[in-house]
Design a protein around this ligand. Structure first.
Ligand code: GLY
Length: 583
């Protein structure tokens, strides 16, 4: 099937299609779904899908009190900063993509920036080698945080409730505490190996001085106080007032570079999202400084020229196409993408049909070597924290937010007196062209460190429209794997007619050009599929689960929220929504 020739896909299938879908699902789905059922819910009043049930509850409560999806997204963002401290944040950054019922689409870039004192060689020793750990842990790893500015901008533009009302639930969660679940308890357990170097982390210990256990209550009075300041004074408190002073003091203590000027200068930005199409659907996603939307659309543009469900390729054949599309798109990521305020990027060419056709025509039955697309490099593959949430209200507004401290608990630096963690987002720059970051991603000059520049991201908050109405609101954490997770879910739903639950549960495979390896989730892909891929020349590496997608699918005003079974998220629908002006 050629590009621009839409497939006749009926997402709400007839009996015949159900049968076909069942057969396709049996062929393609190689994972015991019953063992990995995602958390899902349905509602026509509104839906919130996040990585954490306490934050989901906040979003739902805001919808039920008559707030719109933007109100709920702002409140949920602050709640995650309290209840999901590994990635939810006020000391980090992220991206918000929204489509209002009116058809207006907006994208807020609240990505961190390099401090003004940053320089291209700040993580290199005198011989020009990268100093290990300097961009990933401690005060020097921190970028200027953007979350408070970004959430405030969203509220100013489209919020309907009072700003203080949106902060109130997270202040309560911080001051009165919330119950720790097993996921948080086990992640805190791992965090504590850093507590000698970063004593601020001891705020996460229980009263008896040992790591908190499931069912313990986490109370964070300092964070509660800071959130109250933000509720009262908005971003002013964070970027100019008491909180700014606390951040600067903390930076001075540990040799960090963020100054009062950095905080005063920080602005979240409205950017044009990238918009493409896939088999008759409109795909709206994150523009640079995220690579997410560009790489996603490049992958989908290449795939659109292949008849995925109609062929007899089997699982391995489809995986081969996806891997080869990913290889090519990620190679462009490394070569071309960075902060649009600092570099020129050939985005028109990268997203053109001609380019997709050229890349597609270069795909054969066998794997090609990544080095044939650029200089050969390889690197480690590590931590993939970040968090995504998707929200839809009953009025047709949808919001997708991906936000991050970069790796779990960011730089491990807790701002003294303020009780929140700072990011280690500086590692998302390429410290030295060709040397991989913690995600094994390599970059070149386009993503080199410069003062005030935003580091390249992979975050991919995405909205898919069908017949000009939201069909999917989705995204995932997972560092470099975010983009392939989002691509896979879209292909599973649009090409393979999977239900959103199946699409999310389905086993994941990932390739990112360098290292030249195909990563597959342990225990999810059939042996015969793996053998077929190996016979095509792919180098396979088994790994831990990939991503933590939060997806909302909307059909005929019914929303189905699905939280990935991989980590323990929570999707919940709104029930009794108080409509304004209605008694
Ligand atoms: N720090 C992960 C990302 O922005 O992609």
């Amino acid at each position: 099937m050629s590009r621009g020739e839409p497939m006749n896909i009926h997402i709400r299938p007839s009996f015949t299609q159900v049968t076909i879908t069942l057969i396709i699902t049996m062929i393609f789905s190689s994972m015991p779904l019953a063992a990995r059922d995602p958390v899902s819910d349905r509602s026509s009043e509104g839906m919130v899908s996040t990585a954490c049930s306490a934050a989901t509850a906040v979003g739902v409560a805001i919808l039920e009190m008559g707030g719109n999806a933007v109100d709920a997204a702002v409140a949920t963002g602050f709640a995650l900063a309290v209840t999901f401290p590994s990635a939810g944040n006020i000391g980090g950054g992220g991206f918000m993509l929204a489509r209002m019922d009116s058809g207006t689409v907006f994208f807020i870039d609240f990505r961190e920036k390099a401090p003004l004192a940053a320089s291209g060689n700040m993580y290199l020793d005198l011989t020009g080698e990268v100093i290990e750990g300097m961009s990933t842990i401690g005060h020097r790893a921190c970028g200027v945080p953007g979350t408070v500015a970004g959430l405030y901008m969203a509220w100013e533009m489209y919020g309907t409730l009072e700003w203080e009302e949106l902060l109130e639930p997270s202040i309560r969660l911080a001051e009165q505490g919330f119950t720790i679940d097993s996921h948080l308890a086990s992640s805190l357990q791992k965090l504590m190996k850093y507590d000698t170097g970063y004593p601020g982390l001891r705020k996460f210990y229980g009263e008896n001085g040992s790591p908190m256990a499931p069912e313990d209550t986490m109370v964070q009075p300092e964070l509660g106080r800071v959130l109250k300041m933000i509720a009262r004074d908005g971003p002013e408190a964070f970027y100019r007032g008491t909180i700014a002073e606390m951040i600067v003091r903390e930076m001075e203590k540990g040799g960090g570079l963020i100054t009062m000027d950095d905080l005063n200068d920080y602005r979240s930005l409205l950017r044009e999202p990238v918009i493409g199409s896939y088999r008759g659907h409109t795909v709206i996603s994150a523009p640079p400084p995220s690579s997410g939307g560009i790489v996603l659309l490049e992958i989908l543009n290449i795939l659109e020229g292949f008849d995925i469900p109609g062929s007899d390729r089997g699982r391995a054949g489809v995986e081969h196409l996806m891997i080869e599309a990913e290889r090519r798109a990620y190679s462009d990521r490394a070569l071309f993408l960075g902060d649009p305020d600092f570099i020129e990027m050939p985005l028109g060419r990268l997203l053109s049909r001609e380019y997709a056709t050229r890349l597609r025509n270069s795909i054969g039955e066998k794997a090609i070597a990544s080095s044939s697309l650029g200089e050969a490099l390889s690197g480690p593959y590590e931590s993939e924290e970040t968090t995504h949430y998707s929200i839809a209200d009953g009025e047709g507004n949808v919001v997708a937010v991906t936000t991050t401290l970069n790796s779990a608990y960011g730089s491990k630096v807790v701002v003294e007196g303020a009780g929140f963690l700072m990011n280690n987002e500086m590692d998302d720059f390429s410290s030295k062209p060709g040397v991989p970051n913690i995600y094994g991603l390599v970059g070149g000059k386009a993503n080199a460190i410069e003062p005030g520049k935003r580091m390249l991201s992979s975050m991919t908050p995405t909205i898919v429209l069908r017949d000009d109405k939201p069909l999917l609101v989705l995204g995932s954490p997972g560092g470099s794997t975010i983009i392939t997770t989002v691509a896979r879910i879209i292909v599973n739903i649009i090409d393979l007619c999977m239900s959103p639950q199946e699409a999310v549960s389905d086993g994941r495979i990932h390739h990112q050009w360098m290292p030249d390896k195909v990563y597959f989730e342990k225990g999810t892909i059939k042996k015969s599929t793996l053998e077929d891929l190996e016979s095509r020349g792919h180098i396979l590496v088994e790994r831990s689960p990939i991503g933590d997608a939060q997806v909302i699918m909307i059909q005929e005003n019914e929303m189905c929220g699905v939280s990935d079974p991989r980590r323990g998220g929570s999707s919940r629908g709104a029930r009794k929504v108080v409509r304004k002006g209605v008694e």
